[in-house]
Design a binder for this molecule. Structure first.
Ligand code: CAA
Length: 284
């Protein structure tokens, strides 16, 4: 398997700009694809800001920051950006229809040897692989927010993912300074199968009047040394994203233990989605 040198990241949102940031900081040439100039500008500004934070903390030098930014080339369309890529990482919102469209287009234009990875938090890798003519080269590469800080990359094999592809992505993750953990395709993989029921249960505690959000979070922060309580974390992830993932678990296993708490559904209906709307279980 040839070495991965050129990477295309599709989507410049919270996850996409973080993924572009870590690849570029570790010497990879990155093409960052967004749908409009304003989104490209926003992504580049966020990367600039997060790199400046690292300079201020003396984790990297000003020269390394500039070199990292120089390695990221923004693009507005997929075909030209993936033409010479060794690895494409898709990091667009969690819609199967949207990802299907992107995977079809990437498959058409990317070189034959290229690996197509998805940063999906819960959509089936096997199902995404099936829309391409290279299911053996499709894999999950699941990063965690904030990407420059969190150590884990959950590497998910679809039904047909080749062993060499998994090995290549595990090695690449290590080159990014991350710790890769391998898992098989299954609803929620490992991360969200364990995390989301905890968050859901925390919401049930509030819904049933067991304790208020602050008390629930304090129990998990002080008692279990979690850096954020589950409700603060739910706001950080986005309550809409949490609800989508719980629905994937619920539909995938047909098991009532994954049913989303009615309070979560109600908050999403009300547009209280957490940090991104300024209000969720807490206000920002
Ligand atoms: N880029 C670069 N550095 C960043 C950063 C960013 N975007 N955000 C924070 N940092 C750095 C800070 O500079 C700081 O560095 P030092 O330790 O060198 O001082 C460090 O991270 C900690 O940041 P802060 O001091 O500002 O704040 P904190 O101590 O409260 O930590 C946190 C913030 C890292 C987010 C911490 O609260 C945490 O780990 N929270 C849990 C996050 C988590 O669980 N993420 C996973 C969510 S699930 C997911 O992403 C996937 C999914 O499928 C849903």
């Amino acid at each position: 398997m040839s070495e991965i040198k050129k990477v295309a990241v599709i989507g410049g949102g919270t996850m996409g700009n973080g993924i572009a940031h870590v690849f570029a900081m570790n010497g990879y040439d990155v093409k960052l694809i967004e749908t409009a100039q304003e989104f490209v500008d926003r992504a580049m500004n966020t990367i600039d800001k997060n790199l400046s934070r690292m300079v201020a903390k003396e984790k990297i030098s000003e020269a390394e920051k500039e070199a990292t930014l120089d390695r990221i080339q923004p693009h507005l369309t997929i075909p030209g950006a993936v033409l010479d890529a060794d690895l494409i990482v898709e990091a667009v919102p969690e819609s199967y229809e949207l990802k299907k469209k992107i995977f079809t287009e990437v498959d058409l234009h990317a070189p034959e040897h290229a690996i197509i990875a998805s940063n999906t938090s819960s959509i089936s890798i096997t199902k995404l692989a099936a829309v391409t003519k290279r299911p053996e080269k499709v894999i999950g590469m699941h990063f965690f927010n904030p990407v420059p800080v969190m150590k884990l990359v959950e590497v998910i094999d679809g039904l047909e993912t080749e062993k060499q592809v998994t090995e290549s992505i595990m090695q690449t993750s290590e080159k990014l300074g991350k710790v890769p953990v391998s898992a098989n395709d299954s609803p929620g993989f490992v991360s969200n199968r364990v995390l989301m029921p905890m968050i859901n249960e925390a919401i049930f505690c509030v819904y049933e009047g067991v304790a208020d959000p602050e008390a629930v979070d304090n129990v998990m922060k002080m008692g279990m040394a979690h850096p954020m309580g589950p409700l603060r974390l739910a706001d950080f992830i986005g309550l809409d994203v949490c609800l989508d993932i719980l629905n994937v678990l619920y539909d995938g296993f047909k098991d009532p233990k994954y049913r989303p708490c009615p309070l979560l559904v109600k908050m999403v209906d009300a547009g209280k989605l957490g940090d991104k709307t300024g209000e969720g279980f807490f206000t920002y």
